[in-house]
Ligand binder design. Structure first.
Ligand SMILES: [Zn+2]
Ligand SMILES: [Zn+2]
Length: 120
């Protein structure tokens, strides 16, 4: 299992640097993930690191599926009936009407990017 959340970066000397990446960690290693794994020099706060990972999810990991559900469900934003949904990675699923089938809606529904545990 890997634990995901903001981690403080340590320098070559093993001391903390006061900067954060959003990272995955297990017993053996800690590694930045998402945009933080891509030349990001770290963030002043854990919250900024969370936000950076959220941007990554919203921009890279959302699948929009218009008219894809057999049974309509209520849009998570306006409660209209819809057969469309957005999926984030494999773990979040949001029914959204056509008007709300957008990255903005997904960002709003994700809210604060909490820590999570995953097999990947
Ligand atoms: Zn970052
Ligand atoms: Zn809606």
């Amino acid at each position: 299992m890997n634990y995901y959340g903001p981690r403080e970066l340590t320098g070559q000397d093993g001391r903390s640097t006061g900067r954060y990446h959003f990272a995955s960690a297990n017993d053996y290693r800690t590694a930045p993930v998402g945009y933080c794994a891509n030349g990001c020099s770290g963030h002043d706060t854990a919250e900024e690191a969370r936000e950076h990972f959220k941007q990554y999810l919203v921009n890279e990991k959302v699948d929009f599926r218009p008219d894809h559900m057999k049974r309509p469900e209520r849009c998570k934003i306006c409660a209209d009936w819809t057969r469309s949904y957005a999926r984030v990675e494999a773990w979040d699923f949001y029914p959204l009407c056509k008007d709300h089938l957008t990255k903005e809606s997904v960002a709003r529904l994700l809210g604060e990017m909490n820590d999570f545990v995953a097999a990947w």
